[in-house]
Design a protein around this ligand. Structure first.
Ligand code: ATP
Length: 261
């Protein structure tokens, strides 16, 4: 049995009896997951290695479709439709539901072009508007002051922490509704980590955020809701404050108190 609390506010996504099986797996890697994702909030996914956090995160924008033979079952409802049904326009979906990866992935081009990339894909050609929106995205991602004098420089010349903020700027430039963060600070130093955490908390006012993290303290610091997963199942979805003080499930309690990891 799982404990999944009801969310009093608007929901951005609703996962309903969702299962997922990787190509060649003999049993589902995610099993019957049902959970709401609160709009304009941060939901953290925690749990031991291999429990399915990344697999669930990648289902939200169908990253698994990049490889053949993976199977979705059940529903992930977003904007009134089940996005794991095959008719979905995946480019459009990934603009609306963007992703920030564990390792910063600056494209091999200038800082400006990295941010303009998605907007150009969307058909934006007006140079003034493009420049304004590049600046806004870089400001929103708290990196403008560091890069404003070298927008034409190769983005790969930036530090890891700067590249991660660049990736966040690139993702928010196309004005997504949801941002998926897959362990966004695990390759970063403590100061850069602090910067990204601050950014996540600021962005929640306009974007729904789902973040996978190994770090329970990070989940406690940045999220409003936390989902604890174990062996491909969602064991508990609760308000973060309650999850880390009075978890509803014994398994959650054992995990957060360090009985297993
Ligand atoms: N590409 C893949 N092909 C087949 N099985 C996979 C693949 N990726 C993950 N798995 C399996 O799916 C299950 C869930 O893995 P997943 O990476 O989602 O867990 P996780 O909780 O994110 O782990 P970690 O914290 O170590 O990143 C594991 O049993 C894993 O071995």
């Amino acid at each position: 049995m799982a404990t999944v609390i009801d969310i009093p506010s608007e929901k951005a996504i609703e996962v309903n009896n969702f299962s997922f099986t990787y190509a060649g797996a003999t049993s589902p890697n995610l099993k019957n997951i049902s959970m709401p994702i609160a709009k304009n909030s941060v939901t953290a996914l925690i749990g031991p290695s291999g429990c399915g956090k990344t697999t669930l995160l990648r289902s939200f924008n169908r990253m698994h479709d990049l490889y053949p033979g993976n199977a979705y079952d059940g529903k992930i409802m977003f904007e009134g439709r089940n996005i794991v049904e095959s008719k979905e326009d995946l480019i459009n979906l990934r603009i609306k539901i963007g992703m920030i990866f564990q390792k910063p992935t600056a494209f091999p081009m200038s800082i400006f072009d990295n941010i303009a990339y998605g907007m150009r894909l969307q058909g934006l050609k007006n140079k003034t508007e493009l420049a304004d929106r590049v600046e806004k995205a870089l400001r929103d991602a708290a990196i403008w002051d560091e890069v404003k004098d070298r927008l034409k420089h190769d983005a790969n010349g930036l530090s890891g922490g700067q590249q991660q903020r660049l990736c966040i700027a690139r993702a928010i430039a196309v004005e997504p509704d949801v941002l998926l963060f897959d362990e966004p600070t695990s390759a970063l130093d403590p100061i850069s980590t602090q910067g990204i955490e601050k950014l996540v908390m600021e962005l929640r006012d306009r974007v729904t955020i789902i973040i996978v993290t190994h770090n329970m303290q990070q989940a406690a610091r940045v999220s409003d809701y936390t989902g604890f997963m174990y062996l491909g199942e969602l064991i508990e979805l609760n308000k973060t404050d309650e999850m880390f003080v009075t978890p509803a499930e014994k398994l959650t309690q054992e995990y957060i108190s360090g009985k297993f990891g």
